[in-house]
Ligand binder design. Structure first.
Ligand code: TRP
Length: 333
């Protein structure tokens, strides 16, 4: 049986946090390494260009994202890791399919609509701060997905509309030329608990309550120490079901460790001790990858090599599909 093609894009916008890791990166790596899919993971650098206007920064972000995935154990002999801008065929397909994309469909895209709404509510021109890249973002994303004939696209729930748009565009194209573009399915992971941040709300950069994935151990320790606790005395019994430290601990510890710490809570644990236990399990998981990450960031040619290999594996497939598309529309004989 041929394996299903699973593809997803990661927008390089800075160091991911623990919530991104547990909610998206870790399950995606497990999926790729399982060998049950033909997995393609790419760095969506042109999507970042809609908002990141600092070339040095964007370039760093690209390396950071690649290094995170590699350090966290993505098996790049199984999964193909590549950079969107290394596959110019995507841009050609982007233009072609944009000619089959209703402007009205783009008007309804959530991200664009949110900016317009914010402008209107604040009495500004509706299109202020909207460049054409933001407006056509979903078309480029459709090109990312369609050039490879992707079967499934693992994404967060916020990206569902984009997959629907990709299907709409593929349908519109196929309507004229036959079944050339494959309709992708979204694959939303909802079995992962949202990871709480340092203040107990969902971990998010916009709440400024996040723990970056790779911090020097000392800094990680300091961040954990910032978790707010009450003033109950160390030897007073505490409720493990009502503790942020415990909630985060559970995401990194095994069953036995969780039971042990719960028992310690009920006997009476000092918050300092609970935090030390949390640091131990977190650092255990992150210590090794952190070293690999540092090494990769200091030897970027190792990352270049992986991305070049990825490009060489994916480009022939892009060229094949693009030739079909160009023949169908008549620009190629
Ligand atoms: N828009 C996606 C995000 O912000 C990133 C992305 C770009 C993507 N192209 C894609 C995801 C193609 C899946 C498939 O997370």
């Amino acid at each position: 049986m041929t394996k299903k093609i699973s593809l997803t894009g990661i927008k390089p916008t800075g160091m991911p946090h623990i919530g991104n890791y547990l909610g998206a990166i870790k399950p995606a790596i497990e999926m790729a390494n399982s060998g049950n899919y033909e997995a393609y993971y790419f760095i969506a650098d042109y999507h970042s260009l809609t908002t990141v206007y600092d070339g040095k920064k964007l370039n760093d972000y690209i390396y950071e994202v690649a290094a995170v995935w590699m350090a966290m154990g993505l098996d790049v002999s199984k999964a193909v890791l590549y950079k969107q801008s290394d596959v110019p065929e995507v841009m050609e397909l982007n233009w072609i399919i944009s000619c089959f994309t209703n402007k009205g469909l783009m008007n309804r895209a959530h991200a664009y609509k949110a900016i317009v709404q914010d402008n209107e509510e604040n009495g500004r021109d509706a299109d202020r701060n909207v460049n054409m890249g933001i407006f056509s973002y979903p078309v480029l994303m459709a090109a990312d997905i369609l050039f490879l004939g992707s079967d499934i696209v693992p994404v967060g729930a916020d990206q569902l509309q984009h997959i629907e748009i990709a299907r709409d565009i593929a349908n519109a194209f196929n309507h004229h030329y036959g079944e050339i573009l494959k309709l992708p399915e979204a694959f939303v992971r909802d079995d992962f608990a949202t990871v709480p941040g340092l203040d107990g709300r969902k971990m998010s950069k916009s709440y400024d309550n996040h723990i970056p994935l790779f911090l020097p151990a000392k800094k990680l320790r300091k961040m954990i120490n910032k978790i707010k606790t009450d003033s109950t005395e160390p030897d007073v019994p505490k409720d493990p079901d009502n503790s942020l430290i415990m909630d985060i601990f559970k995401l990194f510890a095994d069953k036995k460790e969780i039971e042990d710490l719960e028992a310690w809570y009920r006997r009476g644990i000092g918050w300092g001790e609970a935090k030390a236990e949390l640091f131990k399990v977190m650092d255990r998981e992150l210590e090794g990858p952190r070293e690999i990450y540092e090494d990769l960031m200091n030897n970027r040619e190792k990352i270049d090599k992986v991305l070049q290999e990825g490009r060489d594996r994916v480009r022939p497939k892009a060229q094949e599909l693009l030739a079909k598309v160009k023949k169908a529309v008549g620009v190629m004989a």
